[in-house]
Design a binder for this molecule. Structure first.
Ligand SMILES: [Zn+2]
Length: 176
């Protein structure tokens, strides 16, 4: 099922998500829904809080930009190492149609659980995956890429998002 993606500013995007403790059917349904929602929105990553579910679940698919990339599920992920610096042009499904340069690490190592609860580790170096991992894990802490921008830029984007949400509400409720 494709879910609505929360648009910033929304208080749910500022919450710290809770660790997953049950690796059951409802988790598998959530993961399936997250992939469907991400692909429908043409994104390369999605964190559960972006659909209002405050759990530490992330899905990423950086194909075809990253050679050999495959769909990834990361439960309770954590960054174990960061190296180097790089300016990336970054966007977010919760901040539609905005792209800004953000400084991130060049290389990251992450440890996470898969959907069966098995631990795995991965590294990404200079690829879109390296950016997506840092971006999506930040969502689990209630962070967004706009937090890295100047307050002037963030304010401009916030006004555009607020207008976008008002326009969407009017379309949904023509009499309101
Ligand atoms: Zn995002």
């Amino acid at each position: 099922m494709v879910h609505d993606i929360l648009i910033w500013p929304d208080p749910r995007l500022r919450e710290v998500s809770a660790p997953v403790t049950e690796f059951d059917e409802s988790l598998k349904t959530l993961i399936k829904d997250m992939f469907e929602t991400m692909y429908a929105a043409k994104g390369v990553g999605l964190a559960a809080p972006q659909i209002g579910i405050l759990k530490r679940v992330v899905v990423i698919d950086t194909s075809p930009q990253d050679e050999g990339a495959r769909p990834l599920v990361l439960i309770n992920p954590r960054i174990t190492r960061k190296e180097g610096k790089r300016l990336w042009s970054e966007g977010c499904l919760s901040v539609p149609d905005e792209q800004e340069k953000v400084e991130r690490a060049e290389k990251v190592a992450v440890t996470a659980l898969d959907e069966e609860g098995r631990e795995f580790s991965l590294e990404a170096d200079g690829t879109l995956l390296a950016l997506a991992l840092q971006h999506e894990l930040e969502h689990l802490e209630g962070g967004l890429f706009v937090d890295h921008l100047s307050s002037l830029k963030r304010g401009l984007i916030k006004r555009r998002m607020t207008r976008l949400k008002e326009a969407a509400r009017r379309t949904a409720n023509p009499k309101a």
